[in-house]
Design a protein. Structure first.
Length: 76
């Protein structure tokens, strides 16, 4: 039962990560130079991006809890 829930959570977590919007402001030049121009331009996520961050965090926490539960049940 736990392994089935764990596999479903794995698929949902992969889908959540793949559905997150791309960060298009990172180009190759800023990656090579360190991107110091973006140091203070951090802005808060809004709309779909904020929802996907929350859902991904929750599904990731469930993933971690289920992994610990599977380890505990198989060792005892």
């Amino acid at each position: 039962m736990l392994i089935t829930l764990f596999l479903i959570d794995c698929v949902v977590l992969i889908a959540c990560v793949m559905m997150q919007p791309a960060k298009t402001d990172n180009d190759a030049m800023s990656a090579l130079t360190g991107g110091s121009g973006d140091l203070f331009s951090r802005r808060k996520s809004r709309g779909f991006e904020a929802v996907m961050q929350i859902v991904t965090t929750i599904v990731g926490a469930i993933f971690f809890i289920l992994a610990l539960a599977i380890i505990y049940t198989t060792s005892h």
